[in-house]
Design a protein around this ligand. Sequence first.
Ligand code: RB5
Length: 145
Amino acid sequence: MIAIGSDHGGFELKEIIKKHLEKRNIEYKDFGTFSEASVDYPAYGIAVGEAVASGECEKGILVCGTGIGISMAANKVKGVRAACCSDTFSARFTRMHNDANVICMGGRVVGPGLALDIVDLFLDTEFEGGRHQKRIDLITEYENK
Ligand code: RB5
């Protein structure tokens, strides 16, 4: 199960991503927002972050206007490694090296074609482990202090 959420700035792209997940037969839970009415992005970043951190959802996808605010909010949830990406190289490597469990994008930054490529790489790329695990453990260690 994939957690998905956005604010109003990411609503349109979130709906496009949902259709793409449906085509791929990937189940998702939509944490809102559900219209283009202005809302505050932290609520959605935190809700998706908590769903991932608790294990309710395997990974999360977040969209706001820039992808930045909502990634900042999600990254405040313990256990979340949210990466704001607007290129495919970063999307691939944040899975391989950072084991990112949430991807964030800007609905006003990336077009739908690029966004769906980013989503696919995020969903389909495996974490490499090895030397990268130690670095993630250092982040987790700090979180647990
Ligand atoms: C909302 O206008 C906008 O600030 C928000 O979507 C996001 O870009 C924040 O980082």
